[in-house]
Design a protein around this ligand. Structure first.
Ligand SMILES: [Zn+2]
Ligand SMILES: [Zn+2]
Length: 278
């Protein structure tokens, strides 16, 4: 089994910290991990996010966040993962990149300059609104409109050519908000764009540890993805060593129920199918 979505951000970029994630992976029967640090940990990505702090329609909590993140160097990060490999850790070099409509070109330029095994795309920001930062960020928001805009942004992300895998496809539900209207047509557009662009979908157990208490994506979405033959990865989105490989059996059980028999691994941005264990 794999865990293809892991963050080192709550510790230093050291071999010792990386090893703690691998130790936990082994305890859970995981044979390969991918570290996918948030791009906004790295100074190189600041130019892509800068606009979120500008203008009248911004958010103070976003400005505070922008002024405190972006401290690490992408070069140091990739060097650490290379060192981990040399020390025998089966680790893939990933990165989780926010889709930012205004910064597509900047993101392309940075990502093209580094050698990743795979690039995980996600939407955490709608226009300038970071919707999953904390529940209070939703005060005064129209839930249906938020969902609609979220999936419209996801659709653009799926067509951007930036990513290999789309992370937590329905993370808009993170705090348990439910839309009052049916979102299927919006979700279908996203899935069809993913199929056309040969993108992989992440099955993530992170939502089980969030207020919503559900897998990402929900079963009905995964069933439609299976019908479109969209491949999958399995992931925990661990931010601490103890969460590596969390609930992976639930993820593969859901995948099997939706018709999946394989998951994907990546190397130098090429994917390879592996059998889901029974
Ligand atoms: Zn994410
Ligand atoms: Zn993540």
């Amino acid at each position: 089994m794999i865990d293809y979505h892991i963050h080192l951000e709550n510790g230093p970029l050291t071999l010792d910290w990386l090893s703690k994630f691998w130790e936990q992976a082994q305890k859970r029967g995981i044979s390969e991990i991918a570290i996918t640090e948030h791009c906004h940990k790295f100074e190189q990505f600041y130019p892509a996010f800068e606009y979120l702090a500008e203008g009248e329609n911004g958010y103070d909590y976003m400005r505070d966040w922008l002024s405190s993140d972006f401290q690490a160097s992408l070069d140091d990060y990739l060097e650490l993962l290379e060192l981990g490999k040399q020390k025998g850790i089966p680790v893939k070099k990933g990165i989780e990149v926010d889709y930012l409509e205004q910064s597509e070109e900047v993101l392309h330029n940075i990502l093209d300059s580094y050698a990743f095994d795979y690039i995980l795309g996600s939407v955490h920001v709608i226009d300038k609104w970071g919707f999953d930062y904390f529940p209070e960020a939703w005060e005064g928001k129209d839930v249906d409109e938020a969902y609609q805009k979220y999936y419209e942004t996801m659709y653009k992300a799926a067509n951007s050519g930036l990513f290999d895998v789309m992370a937590h496809l329905d993370v808009i539900k993170v705090f348990g908000h439910k839309p009052t209207t049916n979102m299927d047509s919006y979700i279908d557009k996203v899935l069809k764009a993913m199929a056309v662009n040969k993108l992989t979908l992440e099955v993530s157990t992170a939502g089980l540890r969030k207020p919503v208490g559900e897998m990402y994506p929900t079963k009905s979405i995964l069933q439609r993805a299976a019908a479109l033959q969209i491949p999958i990865t399995i992931a925990s989105d661990a931010h601490y060593p103890e969460d590596v490989g969390a609930d992976w059996e639930k993820a593969t059980m859901l995948a099997r129920r939706c018709g999946y028999r394989e998951y994907c691994v990546f190397m130098r941005r090429e994917s390879y199918a592996e059998k889901i264990p029974k």
